[in-house]
Ligand binder design. Structure first.
Ligand SMILES: [Mn+2]
Length: 457
């Protein structure tokens, strides 16, 4: 057992203050590890140092209102100040602490900006600045600059150099113990909110009211969500990214919620589906899906191909459709003819981290060669073999999507489908079940989501 695993074990047993101390300690390890990795990146790409901006507040066109600010993921990978604009992090290598530049000007209009959690600040040399010129003065002669805007007026080859971005995206695959704990905690905090949403659905609440119940239970503002809450009642469960939540309550039949929580800039990404009537065929279908999803979770491991597991998941969805008398052909035929994909048109999963869809999931190497998804499954986000300490989502889906059903009905395979069964399921929309899994260095798998649900009963 290494020191991180010892800390991990202690984390779950300690009180809140002690937890704060432990996470701060994990964070120091995280910065030390990232400093080593980024020193190697600087050496590989020939830059002297690296400056990462958190980003600038964006104003709405012809208005004096700003959009909600969110620091970009390259900054969040280092600094848990997700809502603070105008910060810069300078990384020179592992020999010296990174410098963190924080904008410090009098502002009576807004709430004071977010500050670092206790015990995190010692990872940096912190410099408060009032003018960007103060930041410029501290830079080397060959500084790579990562930021959406180029207020430093860096020349083209130094501003967001693709070679550096590829290197960063590639190293990001293996998560530090701190990053793993952030996503683990993001799962723990999301579970009570998922339960509150389920309860609101069972009470006949509207989608907007369900989302409000979710936010209240995890005690978050809407703009702190890692992605917009997807809360689909009945047919809306078939809309993969149903964000325009309805205000009108519906007579409840089914409910799909895809929502996470963000902890120190790291996301959980969790989906659950519920049936109102526990005796319905749809409820039975959710149960079978739950078993298949767990079988797919167990397929992960170092060196495993997400593409192979995705193909396996297409077979499992076809098996469910056969079991419930929707398909009249074999699972092999349904996958070969791409009929299964009409009911399950997205990928099985993606990398998870400070991006919800973490970058680098199709990188073959740090030089930027890509492993694109197979032609048959263009929506699959992860192509590269799994590595140690990676976090994946596993989220098979099965939907009754009217636009796809119409095409199937008009197509050559229409006789493979039992259309009266389809009509019975259309009012329920569909099913997706999504967990977050760590592939550990010893090749064991940790299901953060199932553990969080089991731990909060
Ligand atoms: Mn997801």
């Amino acid at each position: 057992m290494n020191q991180f695993q010892v800390i991990d074990q202690q984390l779950s047993k300690t009180d809140v203050t002690a937890y704060g101390n432990q996470i701060a300690l994990l964070y120091q390890h995280h910065i030390a590890e990232k400093s080593l990795r980024f020193q190697a990146i600087l050496e590989a790409t020939g830059y002297e140092d690296l400056l990462i901006g958190s980003g600038e507040t964006k104003m709405q066109f012809q208005d004096d209102m700003a959009y909600a600010f969110k620091a970009n993921p390259y900054f969040r990978e280092w600094v848990p100040l997700a809502t603070r604009a105008g910060c810069y992090l300078q990384i020179t290598g592992a020999a010296s602490k990174p410098r963190l530049f924080l904008l410090s000007v009098e502002d009576i209009w807004h709430t004071a900006p977010e500050s670092l959690p206790a015990g995190f600040e010692q990872a940096f040399d912190i410099i408060e600045y009032a003018s960007i010129d103060e930041v410029k003065k501290c830079l080397g002669t060959a500084t790579a600059f990562i930021n959406e805007t180029n207020e430093l007026e860096a020349v083209a080859e130094f501003w967001n150099p693709q070679a550096v971005l590829h290197q960063i995206d590639f190293q990001r695959r293996g998560k530090t113990a701190y990053e793993q704990e952030c996503v683990r905690e993001a799962n723990r905090r999301a579970v009570p909110a998922h339960r509150a949403a389920q309860q609101a659905f069972m009470q006949g609440a509207s989608e907007v009211q369900i989302a409000a119940a979710y936010l209240a239970a995890c005690d978050c503002r809407e703009n702190e969500m890692p992605y917009g809450i997807i809360a689909g009642v009945n047919e809306h469960a078939a809309v993969l990214h149903h964000h325009n939540l309805f205000k009108q309550p519906q007579t409840p039949r089914s409910f799909l919620i895809d929502a996470g929580v963000e902890v120190y800039g790291y996301a959980s990404d969790i989906t659950r589906t519920y049936a109102y009537d526990s005796g319905s065929d749809f409820a039975a279908m959710i149960e079978v899906m739950d078993k298949k999803q767990l079988e797919l979770c167990a397929e992960g491991g170092i060196g495993k191909s997400p593409v192979d597991i995705h193909v396996l998941s297409q077979h499992k969805i076809a098996e469910i459709l056969i079991e419930f008398d929707v398909l009249k052909i074999s699972a092999e035929e349904a996958v070969a003819n791409n009929i299964a994909a009409s009911f399950y048109p997205h990928g099985l999963g993606h990398h998870l981290g400070c991006n919800v869809h973490d970058k680098g999931s199709q990188l073959a190497n740090a030089q930027g060669d890509m492993l694109p998804p197979p032609e048959k499954y263009p929506k699959l986000r992860s192509g590269a073999p799994m590595v140690a300490n990676q976090i994946h989502t596993v989220e098979p889906g099965l939907y009754f999507i009217p636009a796809y059903l119409e095409k199937l009905k008009a197509g050559e395979h229409t006789s493979s489908i039992n259309w009266s069964r389809v009509d019975e399921f259309v009012p329920y929309g569909g099913i997706r079940i999504e967990d977050n899994i760590i592939v550990h260095a010893d090749n064991s798998l940790e299901n953060l989501t199932r553990d969080a649900f089991a731990g909060s009963q």
